[in-house]
Structure formats: C-alpha cells, structure tokens
Ligand binder design. Structure first.
Ligand code: SF4
Ligand code: SF4
Length: 408
C-alpha cells in the first residue's frame, strides 16, 4: 500500500506571501518554463516551479526549510518568460522576505520592518536616542544646537564620540545576540530534500561559499542582468571597505601604529614623499589620510551601487512589476547612509557646521536604522543567504552546466 502524505496548507501564509509581492502566484499552471530559463536552477528538483506550487498550496513548512530560495539571485528572467505572468521571481523574493519575519527574535520587530505603517516609529526611536546624546553633549543648551558660525569644526562638538560609540557597540552586541538566535533556528530548520549524503564539511563549505561571494560567481552566472551584478558588486565591496575603515577609526589603529613607530625611521616608501618620515606625527597623519580616502572611496561605491539597483528597479517596473517594500526600503537606507556620510565629509571640508551638524544627525539615525534593525530587514539576507548557500554546498547542490534558452 502506498504511503499517505498529509498536506497541511496554511491559508494565512498564502495571504502573507501575496502581501509581500507574490500576489500573482495563483496564475501559475506549472509549465516549468521558469525552471528551464533560470541559469541558476539545478537539474534535480529545479526551482522556482516547485516553490510556485508549494506556495500555491500554502505549504509553509516546505518553503521555510527550503534552502533553494537562496540560490535565486532575483535576475527576473523567469518572470519575463513566464507565459502566465505569474512572476515567480517576486514569489521567491516574498518567501525570503517571510523568512526574515518568521525567524526574527523578537517577532514583533520582523512585523514592524515588513510594513510601511511602522516606519515613522522605527525612525522615531533612533531620533530620540541620538537627540538625548546631542543634548547631553551640548549641556542641554537648545539654542546652541546648530551654530550659525562658519569655520573649522569637528562633529564631536555636536555629539560626543564616546557615547555614540557606546550606544552603537552595546546595541550591536545585543542585536547580534538576538540575530544569532534567529539564525540558529533557521539553520536547524533547513532540510536537504534530495536524500543525499553530505559532500563536504561545514568548514570547507564556508570557505567555498566565501570565495563564490567574493567573486560574485552566482551573479555572474545570471547572464540577463549586468546592471544588477555591478550594482551588487559595488555595494558588497563598498560595505566591506566602509566596515574596515570604521573599525580602523574606532579601534584607533592609526594612533596605536603611531605609538609603536620608532623615533628614527627610515621607511623607503615612495608614497611617503612630502611627509617627514622621521616625524611619527606626520606619518600618523599620512596613514590617517589614507584611511579617510579609503572610507570615502567605499562610500562612493555604495552610493553608485545602490543607485544603480534602485534605478534598475524603477526602470524595469513596467516589465517585471513593482519591487517589494522591504527591498526598496533597504536600498534607500543604504544609499542614504553612504550619501549623508559623504555629505558630512564635504560640509566639514567646506567648514559649514550649520549644514554639517543636521546632516550628521540624519546620518546617525540612518546608521542606527541599518545596524540595529539588521536582523529584521533585507540586510539580514547577508547572513540567511550565506547560511543557505553553505547548506547547499555541503550537499553539493549546484546549478546545471548547460543553459537552455526560450525565445519570446
Ligand atoms: S513559467 Fe510561470 S506558469 Fe510556468 S511554472 Fe513557472 S511560474 Fe508557473
Ligand atoms: S529570478 Fe533569476 S535566479 Fe531567480 S529563479 Fe528567476 S531566473 Fe532563476
């Protein structure tokens, strides 16, 4: 006698997916064109066709344990070729979006980040916290908040660096604890549906995935969309650069390096021409400048990368449909963080505190938004995708070698 398979369909889950961009999923008639045209879909148990039917039946557990959703890099090729206009790429994005909400700890934060009605509240919290730090720095003197005077200034005159660093560092430790909890639950939920033994260990899968990510291999395999590949590449390396520059400043690597420099140096570095290499202060200044320029370059990469992705989404809207709220929110926030960061540098060079201080205030709110809400927003895809890809690598689930194409 054949086994009886019990299917538990979750109607609320279908509604949630529709709300998050998968409203056309019921149009699917399972022709599998989407799986054929997808450059990243494996031969066995190909996506996104199977996800379309699982979503249509409301098979929540199947989809939440499906690591294949992270193999999809959202190129939209499948949506363009779908003969029914069912937009499978949007459905894949909606499932990923649901994952952030479902595994978020605490759960209400996942709900808040997924809905525009909570956006004012999400901005209000950092605005209040940072305003308190500003007022403490200014000795509660409201009249002196945004001085009109022109001339050299430092941002720590507006808000002291120490409290800001404590706020961000302590907040980030707390967030990472919550985040780790959510990711751990997700990792244990993942299942390999192919009944295959593991092909490599966790450690070696991590190394392979890191190499793939550094080279952006999957994006390159998606041949349809070079704008998206470049945009993501810029954002990826821009973030990496910004994180390195921030860490160097916060840990004061240049200062520590300056302390250990020998009194009488004879560094044969052509780049130091123009600096008195026997003067540790000048060498410190030189390396400080290099770090700043590196940070500015990283900022430009993020601004250009995010702008490319945002414009591409608006440009392709008539063809592929509207992008989801969380995708667009994430792109605008990272663009805002980098753009206001660059403006802060500009206003400091122009010596206009009256423009610099308010911009710095907005910049801090955006940075807070990005980092503190990281596990609940699209930013979390960084870790969820990484975990999903590591899991798939462990089971040797790769895309096919031969690509098929379907003409219009
Ligand atoms: S191409 Fe469209 S209709 Fe065909 S299986 Fe994919 S989503 Fe469904
Ligand atoms: S969006 Fe691109 S990568 Fe994702 S399933 Fe469709 S064709 Fe494949």
């Amino acid at each position: 006698m054949r086994d009886v398979i019990e299917i538990k369909n979750d109607v609320e889950f279908i509604k949630e997916l529709k709300k998050r961009g998968g409203e056309t999923l019921k149009k699917c008639f399972q022709c599998a064109t989407c799986s054929v045209v997808c450059d990243l879909s494996p031969n066995e148990s190909a996506f996104p066709r199977k996800e379309m039917i699982w979503a249509s039946w409301g098979l929540k557990n199947e989809l939440l344990s499906d690591p294949d959703i992270w193999l999809c890099h959202g190129c939209m090729e499948c949506s363009e070729k779908c003969p029914r206009g069912a937009r499978p790429a949007d459905l894949m994005s909606a499932i990923r979006d649901y994952v952030y909400k479902h595994f978020a700890v605490p759960k209400f934060m996942g709900t808040a980040l997924g809905s525009p009605k909570y956006l004012p509240l999400l901005f209000l919290l950092p605005a209040i916290l940072i305003s308190i730090l500003v007022l403490i720095t200014q000795n509660w003197d409201l009249g002196n908040l945004f001085p009109i005077k022109e001339g050299p200034f430092r941002y720590k005159e507006f808000v002291a660096h120490g409290p800001i660093e404590y706020l961000f560092i302590s907040g980030n430790i707390l967030i990472f604890a919550f985040t780790f909890w959510g990711y751990k639950r997700y990792w244990h939920n993942l299942k390999c549906k192919l009944n295959k033994p593991k092909e490599c260990s966790f450690g070696s899968a991590v190394v392979k995935v890191l190499i793939d990510l550094a080279l952006h291999k999957k994006f390159k395999q998606c041949t349809t969309n070079s704008t998206r590949y470049l945009g993501h590449l810029f954002i990826f390396y821009g973030f990496l650069g910004a994180m390195i520059a921030t860490a160097v400043v916060v840990v004061n690597v240049v200062g520590i390096f300056g302390q250990i420099l020998p009194e009488d140096m004879n560094l044969p570095i052509g780049l130091l021409a123009g600096f008195d290499i026997n003067n540790p202060n000048e060498v410190r200044e030189f390396f400080g400048l290099i770090v700043k320029l590196f940070g500015i370059f990283a900022g430009f990469l993020i601004v250009f990368g995010s702008l490319m992705c945002i414009l591409r989404r608006y440009r392709t809207e008539p063809q592929y449909g509207k992008s989801s709220y969380s995708d667009m929110l994430f792109l605008w926030i990272i663009w805002g963080v980098a753009f206001t960061g660059l403006l802060c540098v500009l206003f400091r060079l122009m010596q206009t505190a009256v423009l610099g201080f308010p911009t710095y205030f907005i910049h801090l709110i955006l940075v807070y938004f990005l980092l503190w809400y990281m596990p609940y927003s699209k930013f979390a895809h960084m870790v969820y995708r990484f975990l999903g890809l590591v899991f798939l690598k462990m089971y040797g689930r790769e895309n096919r070698i031969i690509n098929y194409s379907v003409s219009n």
